[in-house]
Write a protein that binds this ligand. Structure first.
Ligand SMILES: Nc1nc2c(c(=O)[nH]1)N[C@H]1C(S)=C(S)[C@@H](COP(=O)(O)O)O[C@H]1N2
Ligand SMILES: [Mo]
Length: 192
């Protein structure tokens, strides 16, 4: 979108807005299916070097980080300065480090999404359980969701259940329905 002021001078677009995105002040809910009823939450993390699982209490006992950043949905909304708290994937994969280059995230309810490991390690992704200082609500993926703010928000799997590395890439739910395999909002990688 191009804005004009006064003497036909171009108004600078907000530099935090990736191409084709607009500012959203609410927090829309986008789910491909119903909110799952999670009876006993457990997170499974695995690589070719090992498998582990975290109960809710074990997960909360891990080092916690606060994150403040913008989120970008492929349906064109961007929300600035959102605040999250959770556990870094660097922490979750500590001790079972791998050279396998791909990750499949699986959710309670069956949703899946694939992401390169290079996009989730090095302080780029978390399993988040607080939003805006409060426990993450169920419609936004509570008790915990994957949070990968560098990619379009469909990569941030709500109700995350498993994080498994892969030697070869496989497509997740939206990726196999025609969404872009990678999903970088700054390159407008929306659809394949
Ligand atoms: N398990 C699960 N995770 C999901 C989805 C889903 O349908 N199921 N939708 C994705 C999409 S397309 C988007 S845009 C965001 C929306 O997150 P929100 O509802 O918290 O805004 O969640 C992503 N994670
Ligand atoms: Mo989405």
């Amino acid at each position: 979108m191009v804005g004009f002021t006064g003497f036909g001078r171009r108004r600078a677009a907000d530099p935090r807005l990736p191409p084709g995105q607009y500012l959203e002040s609410g927090f829309p809910v986008l789910s491909a299916g119903p909110t799952p009823n999670i009876k006993r939450w457990e997170l499974q993390v695995g690589t070719d070097a090992g498998q582990r699982s975290f109960s809710w209490d074990e997960f909360l006992a891990l080092p916690q980080e606060s994150i403040e950043t913008d989120i970008h949905c492929v349906t064109s909304w961007t929300k600035l300065g959102t605040q999250w708290r959770g556990v870094s994937l660097d922490t979750l994969f500590e001790g079972i480090e791998t050279s396998q280059p791909y990750l499949m995230a699986t959710s309670y309810g069956g949703y899946t999404t694939n992401i390169p490991m290079s996009e989730v390690l090095g302080g780029k992704a978390w399993v988040a359980h607080e939003y805006d200082g409060k426990p993450l609500s169920a419609d936004h993926g509570g008790p915990a969701r994957l949070f990968v703010p560098g990619l379009y928000f469909w990569k941030s799997a709500k109700w995350v259940q498993g994080l498994q590395t892969m030697a070869t890439d496989r497509r997740g739910f939206w990726e196999s329905m025609g969404y872009h395999n990678h999903g970088d909002p700054w390159r407008e990688e929306r659809y394949a």
